[in-house]
Design a protein around this ligand. Structure first.
Ligand SMILES: C[S@@+](CC[C@H](N)C(=O)[O-])C[C@H]1O[C@@H](n2cnc3c(N)ncnc32)[C@H](O)[C@@H]1O
Length: 276
């Protein structure tokens, strides 16, 4: 069991096992995120920043605020998501995307469904620009996340140079502006690539994602791992309902769907196609 306890007097705020359980239940209800027992300290450290910012003295009072205040509920979710990502992460998926684009002439829409700070959808946009030799490809790229803070970062498209230093120099020159003076050490995704991506806030738990069109490719990587099996199944079902007949579902490196073989069939390394 977790060790959250009011007896831990070295902590700035009272934080009991009940508080931790309430955090877990709340984030599960809102976002489907399952927090393991081992996350008790992480929860304390991330949420105590919110208590400090708000001048609230106990977790109990804070959690009451979260329940009745939508704005704080968003901050609460933002504080508890894990947003690790990178440009061209799992590069074989971008090779598969390129192949798909070269062999499918009627592609109209691609959705990056847990896009975090934007590196993933911009990598998709860069792949399209390379395949078509233009930024005006006629293909919509949607990118979404539940976390409003990462979406703001994504829309800005500003990153540390270190996040692209391993990328080919020709790609760096084509797709990024280098910061100078006080902004040296930073890069910004070029306007043409940023304009290729439409960001939206979408909670994957919701039944209706609000798209009028079906997707040719869905990237849904490294988010299912935070959900339990019934939630994974519900979300997967919903995502597949948003896919065209001949389309690709691209999953994270540790995401497998053996229990959903009636929905998806493997067609590559963590790449799936809908079963119709
Ligand atoms: C580890 S990041 C993955 C980023 C990117 N897909 C990648 O693989 O590099 C997981 C993302 O899922 C988002 N997320 C968590 N629960 C979500 C939900 N219920 N709906 C939408 N996004 C969610 C988090 O905010 C976070 O940005």
């Amino acid at each position: 069991m977790a060790t959250a306890s009011a007896e831990k007097t070295d902590r700035e705020y009272a934080y009991s096992q009940d508080d931790f359980e309430r955090v877990r239940a709340t984030v599960f209800k809102i976002a489907g995120i399952r927090l393991a027992d081992s996350k008790e300290t992480m929860v304390y450290s991330r949420l105590s920043r919110r208590l400090r910012a708000l001048g609230i003295k106990s977790f109990r009072d804070y959690l009451e605020k979260v329940e009745r205040d939508d704005i704080e509920q968003q901050e609460f979710v933002n504080a508890l998501t894990t947003n690790l990502t990178s440009f061209f992460r799992e590069v074989h998926h971008f090779v598969a995307l390129e192949k798909f684009l070269r062999t499918h002439k009627n592609v109209t829409a691609i959705w990056c469904a847990a896009s975090s700070t934007g590196e993933e959808p911009y990598s998709i946009a860069m792949t399209l620009a390379q395949v078509f030799g233009t930024f005006r490809t006629g293909i919509k790229i949607y990118a979404s996340d539940i976390d409003s803070k990462v979406l703001a970062t994504a829309k800005n498209g500003i990153y540390k140079y270190s996040s692209i230093e391993k990328m080919d120099e020709s790609l760096q020159k084509q797709f990024f502006y280098r910061g100078t003076g006080p902004k040296s050490g930073m890069v910004r995704v070029v306007d043409e690539v940023r304009e290729m991506v439409e960001f939206r806030q979408i909670n994957l738990l919701h039944d209706d994602y609000g798209f009028k069109e079906k997707m040719d490719v869905i990237f849904c990587r490294n988010v299912m791992i935070y959900f339990d099996k019934p939630t994974q199944y519900k979300v997967l079902n919903n995502l597949v309902g948003n896919m065209k007949q001949d389309s690709l579902y691209i999953a994270g490196h540790s995401e497998h769907f053996q229990e959903a073989t009636h929905l998806l069939k493997p067609v590559g390394k963590t790449i799936y196609a809908p079963v119709r």
